[in-house]
Design a protein. Sequence first.
Length: 225
Amino acid sequence: MAVLVAVCALQSQAQVTGSATFVSDYRFRGVSLSDDRPAAQLAIDYDLPASGWYAGGMLSSARLDATHTVQLLAYGGHAWRISPNLSWETGVRYTRFTGHDSYAYGEAYVGVAFKQLVGRVYYAPNYFNANYPVWYAELNDSHALFGNWYAFAHAGYLRRNGSVEEYHTSRFRSDVRAGIGYALDPWNFQLSWATARGAPDVVFGYPEAMNVTRDAWMLSVSYAW
């Protein structure tokens, strides 16, 4: 989802794709939204390559405040090709969770892609419905290795606006993820390691979970159509 680029090819007809994924731990910007437990996900993408418009959504099982829930994420945007290897995009995303505390919030983003390297900057005026704005910048890359093997990496940086004096900590947080994958159409297998450093989850409004780790190995299996 984080490395979606809608201008990979110019075609005259719309494309609809989907995927089902099982992950050993659902990590979002360095935070486990599944309480260090497995999660199941379903995604669908709608792409109009000739015009640059795209939209999509995802459902994911989650565990917040020690309660099982489902995340609903929807997004839409537009991408422009500058050259065969360079493009930029802008769009919006909306996220909420089922249950009494929905933690609903929206955010806007702009991004630039050069070949497989994709960078984005997000702004959420009410991150996780915690009544303060948050900026997030990310950089994603992937490279073919040999055969069906590839390597991928992600780096992110989160900044919260507003006072953090009550927490006696900084307003910044960074996260990194790196791994290898094996693509055997229509299956995709990934093994990765993720870590996060900086301010604790509560500073950014993430629902607290007991004893959630900041470092984790993750395994994912996806089926695409």
